[in-house]
Design a protein around this ligand. Structure first.
Ligand code: F6P
Length: 718
């Protein structure tokens, strides 16, 4: 508005002289000429000259009447020419600016010039400005975005390149890793590496099934590839000299061996065991070691030789006449003799010494196995305080009251607490163990972390349900199922339409073999259509035969089978086939693949891996598992027909149901169980323990470092 007013004033001042002269001369024509000249300015719409009494004297043709000299009187009450008047108004929707300028001649007002200016250019300019501003803003915004993207990409690339380089250098120990790692990323490095490792582990956990390769990876990542030393009484390969004088390799009937052998093949290292085979001494080197498996030789067995006296006291006596019946609810009275205990202690010491000889370095990983070595963890710890000792108890752990039967219960508990981790199959056994420690020892129990702290050292108590290898090597190498069935039926002389049940065990009173045969008898009593058709074959590996209870069991089982056979025999038909002999895994798997039903009837069992082997053997998804509810396996295999083996009515009904089960239902149950074993295989069992061991070890190292770092240096203190 200031600009418009100025322009009008300039026009008035510029024409003042001419207008005054023409007014004085009364020359309207010339006056009109000046006005026409003024109106040529594109912004000046119209002009008019008024007399001092506000009457129109001359105006341009298009001058709007609304602003005539006469109309201005309303804005000037005295009807005189105002000294200063300007206002904005509208004509036909368009804005105009009107200003009145006195025309003076020798300081006498002789008239007034009214200038009407067109303000539509303001609206046009505003619009143009708005468009321009928007366009400019849009352009700037675009430019800023593009620049941001470029800068961000360049920055991200350089950041990630740097990070990647630092990580890889640090990971692979490149020579310039340290100086580089000191750069801007150094404070982040540990966090990022941990995050990457966690993500990788999480991904591996959700994606990759547990396998030998993954176990090796865990060993490399969590335990820096350190070799593993296993301490287990039973060796995985026994060299026996046969009657023909030839030496043959025997795979012992042992759940422990079934589970740990594939783990050892994956991890390599050394398995320290009692050399019990008749040709064992001939097959070791001068350090009592032999490489196994034959032909593959991926790990070593270190054999420890026991005298007859040691074996009798430690193995037959304290371990198998004392601890074995103590831990199993099998109604066999435990025998505890002081002489056996002395041998048990002595032999544990000998094996612990062998471990110390075999390990490399001051902080090895030692896997102590089973009830034969309850004292060894503490003994190993005395020599190797920084060792990571994982002890796994393969049999049930009794409640505190029952444990109290053993005169050396404190020593057993204390020996086991030398471990970094003590593992059991089930949470119930973990709870029993913790309760026993609480009752018999002075210690601090951290129930939240399931840890026992004694003398400043911590021992974790964890459940790790054991399993078998998957894919299972014996199942993978067995003949097709139909072929196995044909071979076994021919071997047993069975008719085509016969129904076959199978049981595979060591001849042990905990396995419920008598209850099993009685259940077969009851089945034949109750379900007459099965007589002459249902045959049950029991593969029973002689075990611990120097113990009277085992010999008595053997006799009872033989007598029972004979009685039942006599009762139901018809022609060549015998309902029970009892094979009291050691069977190698290929033969066992032939039977497992040929059977319609497998009955695992343990009256108490930590896990029972025969149940899992049966499932592994049946890729045809046929066959039914009847399983004792007193096995650890029954907690996992809810698709089996789970029975109380003492209850012959229930067990016989389950056997009859199994033999009549439609193939589709068999497949459904078998599929579910196979999925479970595939996922929860023995590599997972070992992997979880090793991951936990890795953590314990890492914590130990960190707190060692802290202790060393905080120790004051002599003479430097205040
Ligand atoms: O099941 C318990 C267990 O000690 C296993 O660990 C082992 O596989 C099995 O008994 C065999 O016992 P032994 O070594 O006395 O033949």
């Amino acid at each position: 508005m200031r600009d418009v007013a100025l322009r009008a004033r300039l026009a008035a001042v510029g024409t003042q002289g001419a207008l005054a002269a023409h007014l004085e001369a009364g020359d309207r024509r010339k006056l009109g000429g000046v006005l026409e000249d003024l109106a040529r300015d594109e912004r000046i719409m119209a002009v008019e000259v008024c007399a001092p009494t506000l009457e129109t004297i001359s105006r341009t043709t298009s001058f709007p009447d609304r602003f005539s000299c006469e109309s201005l009187r309303s804005r000037s009450p005295e009807w005189a020419i105002p000294s200063e008047l300007s206002f904005a108004d509208e004509i036909d929707g368009g804005r105009v600016h009107v200003s009145v300028h006195p025309i003076e001649d020798d300081e006498v007002i002789v008239g007034a010039l009214v200038v009407v200016q067109d303000l539509s250019f303001v609206a046009r300019r505003e619009l143009a400005m708005r468009h321009f501003t928007l366009a400019a803003f849009g352009f700037v915004a675009l430019l800023a975005s593009v620049l941001t993207v470029f800068v961000r990409r360049a920055w991200w690339r350089s950041w990630t390149d740097e990070l990647r380089r630092v990580l890889s250098l640090a990971h692979w120990g490149g020579t310039d890793a340290k100086p580089r790692a000191r750069n801007a990323f150094h404070p982040l490095l540990a966090d990022v590496r941990r995050l990457v490792a966690d993500l990788a582990a999480e991904r591996a956990a959700t994606v990759a099934p547990w396998s030998a390769e993954r176990l090796q990876h865990v060993l490399r990542e969590n335990l820096h590839g350190d070799s593993v030393v296993i301490l287990a009484n039973r060796e995985p390969y026994v060299h026996e000299r046969g009657p023909d004088g030839a030496v043959r390799v025997v795979h012992p009937a042992s759940g422990l061996v079934t589970a740990l052998e594939p783990v050892m093949r994956a991890c390599s290292g050394t398995w320290i065991a009692h050399g019990s085979g008749s040709a064992d001494r001939e097959t070791v080197d001068r350090h009592d070691r032999v490489k196994v498996p034959p032909g593959e030789e991926s790990y070593a067995i270190r054999r420890v030789w026991l005298t007859k006296e040691e074996e009798r006291g430690y193995y037959y006596g304290f371990a198998n006449e004392g601890l074995w019946p103590l831990c199993h609810i099998a109604h066999t009275r435990p025998e505890f003799r002081a002489s056996d205990w002395l041998q048990y202690e002595r032999v544990n010491r000998r094996f612990a010494d062998a471990v110390c000889e075999e390990v490399q370095g001051p902080d090895p990983i030692v896997l102590v196995q089973d009830y034969h070595f309850a004292l060894a963890p503490r003994m190993i710890r005395e020599h190797l305080p920084r060792a990571t000792i994982l002890t796994f108890w393969h049999i049930p752990w009794p409640n505190a009251e029952r444990l109290g039967i053993c005169p050396w219960e404190r020593e057993l508990l204390d020996g086991l607490l030398g471990s970094s981790i003590v593992g059991f199959h089930t949470q119930q056994h973990c709870n029993n163990f913790v309760e026993a420690v609480d009752r018999f020892l002075e210690s601090r129990i951290d129930r939240e972390r399931q840890a026992i702290v004694q003398g400043g050292r911590e021992c974790l108590v964890r459940s790790y349900p054991i399993s078998i290898d998957w894919p299972n090597r014996w199942a993978a190498t067995a003949p097709p199922v139909a072929e196995c069935r044909r071979m076994v039926f021919a071997e047993l002389g069975l008719a085509q339409d016969a129904l076959l049940g199978v049981g595979v065990d060591r001849l042990d009173y905990t396995k419920g073999i008598e209850e099993r045969l009685l259940a077969v008898e009851r089945t034949l009593e109750r379900f007459r259509h099965l007589r002459g058709r249902f045959t049950f074959v029991q593969l029973a590996a002689p075990s611990r035969t120097l113990i009277e209870n085992y010999r008595a069991l053997d006799e009872r089982v033989v007598a029972l089978a004979a009685r039942i056979n006599e009762r139901f025999a018809a022609g060549t038909y015998r309902p029970i086939v009892l094979r009291r002999a050691h069977h190698e895994p290929p033969a066992i798997f032939r039977y497992l693949r040929a059977a319609d039903v497998c009955y695992v009837s343990s009256i108490h069992d930590g896990m029972n891996l025969v149940a899992k082997e049966f499932v592994a053997a049946r890729e045809d998804e046929r066959g039914v598992l009847v399983l004792s509810r007193f096995t650890g396996a029954a907690r996992e295999f809810t698709e089996a027909l789970v029975v109380n083996p003492y209850d012959l009515e229930e067990a016989s009904a389950a056997l009859a149901t199994a033999l009549a089960m439609p193939p589709a239902q068999q497949a459904e149950r078998m599929r579910a169980m196979r999925r479970l074993v595939a996922e929860f295989n023995v590599f997972r069992w070992a992997g979880r323990m090793l991951v936990d061991a890795g953590r314990v070890r890492q914590q130990g190292r960190l707190s060692d470092r802290l202790t060393m770092g905080l120790r004051p240096v002599e003479g430097t203190g205040p």
